[in-house]
Design a binder for this molecule. Structure first.
Ligand SMILES: Cc1ncc(COP(=O)(O)O)c(C=O)c1O
Length: 455
């Protein structure tokens, strides 16, 4: 085992291909259904929404899909990202566990999101569309897509959840710096937004609503714009596998191998990209590993949601998929990890969870910030509130290993930094953060709106 702290790869070690888990899936993630007919979608329908290359990747059974060179060229601006042994955190916890983290906060916008934004923009440019529409919560995804669009000379129209638009101006300014046009959602630019504003001019918005607006804007543009999604969809998870593929190589340098992988889950993209290459090893070489997905108690889709078919958005315009869902009209409490406030979950993750290949846990907001601060004081990096969920569970695993006097090897994905989330830290230090328990009544209400399918 190496005595080093940082395990860096060279640019030449950047993966040549993404890992596509489709051919290795031990359980079927289920079909994608048309929101109107509720029949399986055709590539033509999806092609109206997404670049065709993405649609083809969604159904591909090729195990490795080449990363186009123009995408690799951009990845090289920050990739390969570091793998770090958290030696100072180990000491602070006085644990026999070895803790490693893969750090995605080194990307220009500070998170893993550009790993998929860049290829999506590349494919859209190749198809000759004018630009993308998309949604964003607190702005991590929107800033990643704005960056990618600026690299490829595409327009980027972002519908940003209104509460975040009002409360978190800095990410909006980043998006605007890259040339994106940012609209608070609900907006008067779409029919759906207009209908909501007519009921409530002060409507705070939600991620599901912003998705509906972005989808409507793309579909009604006669092909000028496509819709870009930052998580959930199979190809998006696949683009993120650069993270896990690099980590596998870095563990060779460390002369070690993880026993447990830990990542936070909003729609499932950073966790998948990080864990799938290790699961590939497990499926094909029998190399055992635990994979633990961490979600907030305020929005516990995997641990408490129903595994059934539901719409991807609030207005029922996006495709229906099989997933653990809290109901597409569910509006989660306003926790500070904005990127984890989604009612559903990537179908691939749900199928793997049901099959027993993935474990999941829900953690509270206050204990998550406690872990974030402990990590920052030991390792120096101030984590994004989303990523801090993974840190919470990594610390819990390390403390459990200590109790059992076990040399457990823990790897977590530090999906982003929290430099633009300082308001949340300020509220934590002021003792103003609330812990939300499972919002049972609201979820029960939202689950009444599930689509009715012909059996
Ligand atoms: C830093 C960070 N981590 C994690 C997430 C959760 O998304 P996903 O589950 O798709 O990785 C987000 C979403 O915005 C994010 O910004």
């Amino acid at each position: 085992m190496s005595e080093r702290t940082k395990f860096m790869l060279e640019e030449k070690d950047l993966p040549q291909a993404w890992y596509n888990i489709n051919p290795d899936m031990p359980a079927d993630p289920g079909p994608v259904l048309h929101p109107g007919t509720k029949e399986p979608v055709t590539p033509d329908f999806l092609g109206v929404l997404f670049p065709m290359q993405l649609v083809m990747q969604a159904v591909s059974t090729e195990r490795f899909i080449e990363i186009p060179e123009p995408v690799r060229e951009i990845y090289r601006l920050w990739r390969p990202s570091p793998l770090v042994r958290a030696r100072r955190l180990e000491k602070a916890l006085d644990t026999p566990a070895r803790i490693y983290y893969k750090y995605e906060g080194v990307s220009p916008v500070g998170s893993h999101k550009p790993n998929t934004a860049v290829p999506q923009a590349y494919y859209a440019k190749q198809e000759g569309v004018r630009g993308f529409t998309t949604e964003t919560g607190a702005g991590q995804w929107g800033s990643a897509l704005a960056l990618a669009c600026s690299f490829f000379g595409l327009e980027c129209h972002v519908y940003m959840v209104r509460v975040s638009y009002d409360q978190k101006p800095y990410r909006r300014i980043i998006m605007e710096t890259y040339g994106a046009d940012v609209t608070p959602s609900p907006s008067d630019r779409t029919q759906y937004g207009q209908s909501l504003l007519a009921q409530d001019p002060q409507h705070p918005g939600s991620l599901g609503i912003a998705i509906s607006e972005a989808v409507e804007a793309a579909v009604s543009s006669n092909g000028k714009y496509k819709y870009s999604i930052g998580s959930v969809l199979g190809p998006v998870l696949m683009h993120q596998t650069v993270v896990g593929l690099e980590a596998l190589k870095q563990f060779e340098l460390a002369d070690d191998y993880p026993d447990v992988l830990i990542g936070c889950i909003g729609g499932g993209s950073n966790f998948s990209g990080f864990a799938f290459p290790f699961l590939h090893r497990k499926f094909t070489e029998g190399k055992s590993i635990r994979a633990l997905a961490v979600e907030p108690t305020a929005c516990p889709s995997l641990t408490q949601g129903l595994y059934t078919f539901d719409y991807g958005d609030t207005a029922e315009m996006a495709p229906i998929v099989k997933m653990h869902t809290l109901g597409h009209t569910f509006v989660p409490p306003g926790i500070h990890a904005g990127g984890l406030r989604y009612h559903g979950m990537a179908p691939h993750i749900c199928a793997l969870y049901e099959h027993g290949d993935i474990e999941a846990v829900a953690v509270g907001q206050v204990e998550t910030f406690e872990a974030a601060v402990q990590f920052a004081r030991a390792e120096g990096i101030l984590p994004a509130p989303e990523s801090a969920h993974a840190i919470r569970s990594a610390i819990d695993e390390a403390l459990e290993a200590k109790q059992r006097d076990e040399e457990r090897v823990i790897l977590f994905n530090l999906s982003g930094h929290g430099f633009l989330d300082l308001g949340s830290y300020e509220r934590y230090f002021a003792g103003e953060l609330e812990d939300y328990e499972y919002p049972a009544d609201r979820i029960e209400e939202a689950l009444k709106g599930l689509p009715v399918l012909a059996s």
